[in-house]
Ligand binder design. Structure first.
Ligand code: ADP
Ligand code: ZN
Length: 616
């Protein structure tokens, strides 16, 4: 069958999928998107991380005449992307500011000679007229605009250079454009379409569910220790990312993990470029490293076997949280998204917003982002349902998040809320004082600390009226009232103040439902699935073979100076270990074994299998 208006055969795309990439069939809307773009149409693709966006432009670029130009902000990853394509036998190159002039000239002449299938381009290069005239002299099969949400100011990764991409269509009106992103709120979606001038584009919106990721949000207690427990019990030897808010906390957490026998590397904007690049390269290339980072790390990281993403601090928005956690489990295997969250996070984030630069509208936008994130943390419903609802999509209770696995109890916290709010009110009215959560809770509990005596707070009528709750429970009440904006924090010391809505609670017009605080720091084992000592989906007998294949892959990756997953993904090695093919023909049926890799590594794999312990 021929794609309308092109003379291209639909079967071409499937043949390329099998021969080059070694996959049997398209996923989700891939086929439809590929046909549409290969036929010359514009497309806007919203698909979650790991959904398979790359093929949506790589295959059309391979079946259409000319070179596919990929605009990407991820300069530090272009080399890896090109290496991965080269390993598949695809002719790819990149142009960015990190290159030597001689290397740039080599890529430019390959482009002009039509000797490339794909050319990766940093957006700032398009500002130079020399780039425009270079593109004019070659044949372009399509423009792919990767990480398209970078054009949106509403989102969290805005790059001014992306705004210039609206001009692509004016200069090259006949070249199809495909914009792709894993960010999906309605606001961002609309902004991408308008800013990139994608007037006639077809929109493809996939489900944003990542079923293999288990979402868990726990009360913060001793966060680094809680993290260590998680890694030891559920993710020993696994690769993962730990996000922290500040450079200092990144350094501390990385050091803590290292001291406790878990190999961890730091990454933040305060490190020099060389150290950052080296740490990123090690994380991508070696198996089982933990990257402790600020959110400066991660966009475009396509390491498929990140088994967990942990947050030691509260993300600023649901979009950010979804992006960051989305870096786990691109290979589709079971992965964990874990967040530790507590009262101090809410206080800190509210303070950051109050002191942030920008106008009132900007601050309101930040506050609404934070409110949605807090609602996700405090929900008693399925986390996944809440997450997807944020993106305008629906789901039933998922069975693979903490609230589904062990549903939290709720309790009527109206009276507790009244006690707390009236303590804040009395301090203000009777003493003209403001205090942070610690002192307010001490008053409620009737503790005679030096600070209580100093301020004479033991003579307040509310002194000791809250002994029915433990301190941790009171902290939970404060946190949840802050999250619901029934209480607010102010100033450098995080002092508590009432809000416009506090009165509704004090006057009994409003009921306050709260999530029950666990007895101690929630034991992770209770919510977790039984820990697998070995990678999932792998029969016990195949484990030693898998480990041998991994060792072979590590050596091959080192020799070629490419990340291990460029050779083969874990999922592919797992299938090989399980099926134990004995001929090249059998091996070629494994998912992820295309023509080029079969020719290059097939015999080495068979030799490794022959030398490995037999599958019982
Ligand atoms: P995204 O860019 O959307 O995050 P990728 O393009 O990196 O996702 O794809 C995620 C993973 O899924 C990659 O390992 C890729 O090789 C694999 N993949 C993509 N499409 C298919 C397919 N049709 N069949 C099997 N694996 C696929
Ligand atoms: Zn759920």
């Amino acid at each position: 069958m021929v794609v309308p208006g092109t003379g291209l055969d639909v079967g071409d795309a499937l043949r390329v999928l099998r021969r080059v990439f070694g996959y049997d069939s398209f996923r989700g809307a891939q086929q439809e998107i590929i046909n549409h773009v290969a036929g010359g149409g514009d497309a806007l693709v919203l698909m979650p991380t790991g959904g398979g966006k790359s093929l949506c432009y790589q295959i059309p670029a391979l079946v259409r005449p000319g070179v596919g130009v990929v605009i990407s902000p991820l300069i530090a990853l272009m080399q890896d992307q090109v290496d991965a394509l080269t390993a598949l036998g695809v002719r790819a190159g990149f142009l960015n500011s990190t290159q030597q002039p001689s290397e740039r000239r080599r890529v430019e002449s390959a482009f002009l000679a039509g000797e490339l299938d794909l050319l990766y381009l940093a957006p700032e290069r398009l500002r130079a007229e020399s780039t425009g005239s270079l593109l004019d002299r070659g044949t372009i099969s399509l423009f792919a605009i990767d990480e398209a949400h970078c054009v949106a100011q509403w989102g969290h990764d805005f790059r001014p250079d992306y705004l210039a991409l609206s001009a692509l269509h004016q200069r090259w009106p006949t070249v199809p454009r495909i914009a792709l992103t894993a960010t999906a709120t309605k606001a961002t979606h609309a902004e991408i379409a308008s800013r990139l001038n994608l007037v006639d584009a077809r929109h493809f919106v996939a489900s944003f569910d990542r079923p293999n990721i288990q979402y868990r949000i726990v009360g913060k207690n001793e966060p680094k220790r809680q993290l260590l427990d998680l890694l030891r019990t559920e993710h020993p030897g696994d690769a993962g990312i730990v996000y922290c808010l500040s450079r200092a906390s990144v350094e501390k957490a990385a050091q803590f993990l290292t001291e406790n026998g878990i190999e961890a590397l730091p990454y933040h904007a305060g490190l020099d470029a060389r150290t950052r690049a080296a740490n990123q390269a090690r994380f991508l290339r070696e198996d089982g490293l933990v990257m402790v980072a600020t959110i400066a790390f991660g966009m475009g990281i396509d390491k498929p076997d990140v088994r967990f993403v942990a947050h030691l601090d509260l993300p600023k928005s649901v979009e950010g949280y979804y992006q960051e956690t989305g870096r786990a489990g691109r290979d589709g295997l079971a992965s964990t998204a874990w967040l530790a969250y507590g009262l101090a996070d809410v206080v800190q984030q509210r303070k950051l917003i109050d002191t942030s630069e920008g106008d009132g509208a900007h601050r309101r936008r930040l506050a609404s982002h934070l409110d949605a994130m807090l609602a996700l943390c405090e929900t008693v419903e399925c986390r996944r349902g809440q997450l997807l609802a944020y993106f305008g999509q629906h789901s039933t209770a998922c069975g693979n998040c903490d609230t589904c696995l062990s549903p939290p109890e709720t309790w009527d916290g109206t009276i507790a809320a009244q006690k707390l709010l009236s303590t804040v009110l009395r301090l203000d009215r009777e003493r003209h004082q403001k205090f942070g959560a610690g002192q307010v809770i001490d008053i409620l509990l009737g503790k005679t600390t030096p600070k209580i005596t100093q301020f004479g707070h033991d003579s307040l009528t509310v002194f000791g009226i809250g002994t029915e709750l433990r301190e941790s429970e009171w902290r939970g009440v404060v946190r949840q009232l802050l999250a619901q904006s029934l209480l607010a924090v102010e100033g450098d010391y995080g002092t508590l103040v009432l809000t416009d809505s506090s009165g509704q609670v004090l006057s009994r017009q409003r009921q306050v439902l709260l999530r029950r605080e666990p007895e101690r720091a929630a034991p992770t084992a209770k919510t977790a699935k039984p820990r697998r000592a070995t990678p999932v989906d792998l029969p016990d007998a195949a484990v030693p073979v898998f480990e041998q294949l991994r060792a072979w892959r590590a050596t091959a990756a080192k020799e070629q100076a490419v990340p291990a997953y460029v050779i083969f993904h874990d999922a592919t090695l797992r299938q090989i270990a399980t099926e134990a093919p004995s001929t090249l023909v059998e091996l070629s049926t494994v998912n992820g074994v295309g023509e080029n890799k079969l020719a290059k590594y097939g015999q080495q794999i068979l030799d490794t299998l022959a030398g490995a312990a037999p599958v019982a």
